[in-house]
Design a protein around this ligand. Structure first.
Ligand code: HEC
Length: 422
């Protein structure tokens, strides 16, 4: 949004268009409020959620990308300070000081792109670390195969998204049938269409950069297990959403005054849907890993899997209540195994709940511990998006005993605090 607003600010300054300047200020006000409220909240929130869901993974990322993150914090602070200055001085820095104000906009644009350029390296690394497992240095981590295509794709997608939001806001802030309405609808639709072209091209290049064993996950990633067979239909629906967005932008170019203002919200909703689906899918397909080829989603490193299989999950856990399995504590120990091996991805009764998954796996049948045990033994073969079971045979049997019991008894996962008290 910042490159778009700065460019238009420069243009309206050069052409002396005060009405445009006022419109841009209103659009910036919305962008400013969104980034400093929602953006700030989710940006901090992600640190809480990642460190609760997978502390081992975020710890590893912090070690690999230490200096990158260090720089990112500086760039990010500059970005936040600059957006505050850019917004608060818009009405004050006029006349001869306008050029200086535009320069603030340019610096802000560069900073906001740089934060993305740094963070996208981390995201690319999580999907395919490239040469890092051998070289293990920051540069190798940065230079991962998914990085550049994803960065270029995100750059174009962010530009198109900004254009769509500006289109909607511009229509909202101008009166119907005025020259300003027509111009703003045309300009922002034109900008969006311009960026949709590289966005499409780079999305295809990015698609090619996805490792083959992760592309296998696409059908489940795209619409969950229940919709995996309808993958083609879902792809068509996604394309349709894209075409509606493109079609409306074309319509905006040709007939900018011929419809109600709220229609111009639709392209923005379309691109939000597409980007959300892209993010969901990207997060899913690197399963069974949280950090590709290095760490499984359950927090176990690929290298330590043989060790865990020999010595046991429970014995190596920092907090499990039951460290050895006896006839008396089998079900309780199985519950600890569930918390360690499955709870990063499964809840008991909520999102992706294990009970619903088991009911689907054994419809109308009694859940037998032996059947669950043998399913879990080959869990990774049956469903490649789940990691191989990371413990001993006795732990697997305990897990199966616990899971089978869930058919008739209900359980609740305690908070971490009550686990470590034991
Ligand atoms: C990396 C994340 C992850 C981990 C760890 C994980 N699962 Fe899953 N599991 C999933 C996903 C995703 C699905 C599919 C859900 C959907 O699409 O509806 C699934 C599905 C299942 C299903 C139903 C499979 C089917 O064939 O329909 C069972 C049973 C299951 N998981 C058991 C387990 C058990 C037991 C563990 C622990 C040993 C475990 N999972 C660990 C992600 C995971």
């Amino acid at each position: 949004m910042m490159p778009l607003l700065t460019l238009m600010e420069w243009w309206s300054h050069r052409t002396g268009r005060e009405d445009w300047d006022r419109l841009l200020y209103k659009i910036l006000a919305v962008a400013f409020i969104v980034t400093t409220s929602l953006g700030a909240l989710t940006g901090v929130g992600i640190w809480f959620s990642t460190s609760v869901v997978n502390p081992a993974a975020i710890g590893s990322l912090l070690r690999v990308f230490y200096w990158a993150w260090f720089s990112e914090w500086i760039v990010f602070v500059c970005e936040v300070v600059l957006i505050v200055i850019y917004f608060l001085t818009w009405k004050k820095m006029t006349g001869p000081r306008k050029t200086a104000h535009i320069r603030i906009g340019i610096t802000l644009s560069v900073m906001s792109w740089l934060t993305m350029a740094i963070i996208t390296a981390v995201l690319g690394f999580m999907m395919n670390p490239g040469a890092w497992p051998q070289q293990q240095d920051l540069l190798a981590g940065f230079n991962n195969p998914a990085y550049v295509p994803q960065l270029l794709f995100r750059t174009a997608a962010a530009m198109a998204m900004a254009g769509s939001l500006a289109l909607a806001l511009g229509a909202f802030f101008t009166s119907p049938r005025t020259a300003l309405r027509k111009e703003s609808v045309r300009t922002f639709a034109g900008w969006t269409l311009f960026w949709i072209v590289p966005m499409t091209i780079w999305s295809l290049v990015y698609y090619q950069a996805i490792p083959a064993e992760m592309a296998v996950n696409l059908p489940v990633a795209f619409g969950t297990q229940a919709w995996a067979n309808q993958y083609d239909l879902l792809i068509k629906l996604t394309l349709a959403v894209g075409l509606i967005g493109v079609g409306l932008n074309l319509w905006a170019l040709i007939k900018p005054a011929r419809t109600w203002a709220f229609v111009w919200i639709v392209p923005f909703l379309c691109i939000c849907l597409l980007v959300s689906q892209f993010e969901r899918t990207r997060q899913f397909i690197r399963k069974p890993y949280v950090l590709a080829y290095y760490m499984y989603s359950n927090g176990a490193r690929v290298q330590e899997a043989p060790y865990l299989a020999k010595t046991g999950l429970l014995a190596n856990s920092a907090w499990a209540a039951n460290r050895t399995i006896t006839a008396d504590n089998r079900v309780q120990a199985g519950r600890d195994v569930f918390l360690l091996a499955c709870s990063r991805c499964h809840t008991l009764n909520g999102s992706n709940s294990i009970t619903r998954n088991l009911s689907r796996l054994y419809p109308g049948q009694t859940w037998k511990p032996e059947a669950i045990d043998s399913y879990v033994r080959s869990i990774h073969g049956a469903r490649p998006y789940m990691p191989p079971f990371p413990g001993t045979a006795a732990e697997r049997a305990a897990l199966a005993a616990y899971l089978a019991k869930l058919q008739t008894t209900s359980d609740q996962i305690p908070s971490n605090a009550s686990i470590s008290r034991n």
